[in-house]
Design a protein around this ligand. Structure first.
Ligand code: SF4
Length: 477
């Protein structure tokens, strides 16, 4: 079996909420489509442009802002750098004048209400998250391109077998598709998981660039946690969900004064190490990220947007309560986490449209569990065991977001994923993995089998579960 090279920066991508598959992926697909128009020198020849959304993108695309993401991509805006507070004014302007600057400058007629179509009764066979760009050029030439958003912000164009990034062509010193292969390289070289991953990352770029890039990922996660812990109010979308992280932050810190992130961390640490206190903080960190995500804020896929709070929450737990406060420790944590996510992506899926929420919260919990275990001094086998335990207890978890919004149950679910990761890590640290019954590879296969058996109404369609038992008409809100 060929080894696919997935980098830490494929697993952790800076973007905009609320969904990696329904927001970031379609945004990227639109960007790549426009790149093609540029490279074929067709960008100034576009006369008419339409976007068709299929399957899960059509069913829950409104709640996930898929139309907005596609339009921003067509305008050639970058989700990593766009000031998030400019998105709504840009959309308002496009709706008002019914024109879009394709590629950033070429203004053509475009009415989002008509030219982005949600085909809720149609699906394409390759993947439930499909979108099609239909363009007519001035000379009458018609272009049709189909893209698939396959989870975690990854996209592929129809007809292409591999991921739409250059990484798949890179030769790695330690090719890894499975947990057994990862274990093999660790045992053969004596390297820790994060060291094996770093060696592989050196095939993409210099070690210094990798470390700087990971710290940028961390800073984005950290800023997201901090912001989310200080913004009150109601989340957009019509469900009237109250943001809770800021209130919890206030209650936990009481009258304590601080300035900035560093001061905040110092005050949290001074609160002690009572079990319930720590539990509340882990929840608070996770809630903060996913409230930001639901509010179309800047987040990092980990491995997806819906599950973006688990890894930052567990990493914050490690930093604040377990003495993990150094750049090197943070880098190592994220390297190990990314490898586990990439093994899940290769052996199963990180797309809720394919595998339900086990593919999002389950995978993020597994990634966090392995990273925490190794960071706490566990062996490579214990880290893999922790990853296995975390997923074992997310098997079968369905995706049923109310109103198609990444809010309920998604935001709270991140707190659960984080706590399970910490429990799994602690269990593994107290265990002898050689006597474990279930391997990580077996649990990944089980997760995939479960995904195949899962009814499609539990796969990010909002057609089942909480989504239909809490019938809320967003139009009425
Ligand atoms: S239920 Fe889980 S998989 Fe579905 S949108 Fe929410 S967090 Fe993502």
């Amino acid at each position: 079996m060929a080894h696919e090279a997935i980098s830490v920066f494929d697993m952790f991508k800076i973007g905009v909420g609320p969904s990696s598959s329904h927001t970031l992926g379609p945004w990227r697909a639109a960007q790549y489509f426009v790149d093609g128009l540029f490279s074929r020198k067709q960008i100034n020849m576009v006369e008419h442009l339409q976007v068709l959304l299929y399957g899960s993108l059509a069913k829950t695309g409104k709640g996930h802002g898929t139309d907005i993401a596609v339009i921003m991509g067509l305008c050639h805006q970058n989700p990593e750098t766009i000031p998030v507070d400019t998105i709504q004014p840009r959309m308002d302007a496009i709706r008002d004048i019914k024109q879009i600057p394709v590629g950033g400058s070429s203004l053509i007629s475009f009415d989002p209400e008509i030219d982005v179509q949600f085909l809720i009764n149609e699906s394409l066979p390759f993947h439930p998250n499909a979108l099609q760009f239909l363009v007519t050029l001035e000379d009458g030439l018609q272009i049709s391109e189909t893209w698939y958003s396959i989870g975690g912000g990854f996209v592929i164009r129809e007809g292409e077998q591999s991921l739409a990034n250059a990484a798949s062509a890179v030769q790695l010193p330690f090719p890894i598709n499975t947990a057994d292969e990862l274990k093999h390289w660790c045992l053969k070289t004596g390297l820790a998981i994060h060291e094996v991953v770093l060696e592989n990352e050196n095939s993409f770029r210099t070690e210094q660039q990798t470390k700087q890039g990971i710290l940028r990922i961390w800073e984005t996660m950290r800023d997201c946690v901090f912001r989310g812990c200080h913004i009150e109010g109601v989340l957009p979308g019509g469900l009237n969900v109250n943001r809770r992280a800021a209130g919890l932050n206030k209650r936990l810190l009481g009258e304590k004064k601080y300035s900035g992130y560093e001061g905040w961390i110092t005050q949290i640490r001074e609160g002690g190490s009572d079990f319930k206190y720590i539990l509340d903080w882990v929840s608070c960190f996770a809630l903060a990220v996913n409230e930001e995500n639901a509010a179309f804020g800047r987040v990092v896929t980990a491995p997806t947007n819906g599950a973006a709070g688990v890894i930052p929450a567990v990493l914050m737990y490690y930093i604040v309560f377990c003495d993990g406060y150094s750049d090197e420790k943070i880098i190592n944590f994220l390297l190990t986490a990314s490898e586990i996510g990439s093994i899940f992506k290769k052996g199963a899926t990180i797309s809720a449209a394919m595998g339900g929420c086990q593919a999002e919260i389950g995978v993020s919990s597994s990634m966090a569990a392995a990273a925490l275990t190794e960071s706490m001094g566990g062996t490579q086998k214990q880290a893999l065991m922790a990853a296995e335990i975390a997923m074992e207890h997310h098997l079968g978890l369905t995706c049923d977001p109310i109103g198609g919004l990444v809010q309920v149950p998604c935001i709270e679910r991140n707190t659960m994923g984080a706590i399970k990761a910490i429990t799994a890590s602690q269990l593994a640290l107290q265990s002898m993995p050689d006597f474990g019954v279930v391997s990580l590879d077996k649990v990944i296969k089980t997760m995939w089998d479960t995904a195949l058996d899962m009814n499609s109404k539990y796969k990010e369609t909002a057609d089942g579960g909480l989504a239909i038992n809490i019938p809320i008409s967003l139009a009425d809100c």
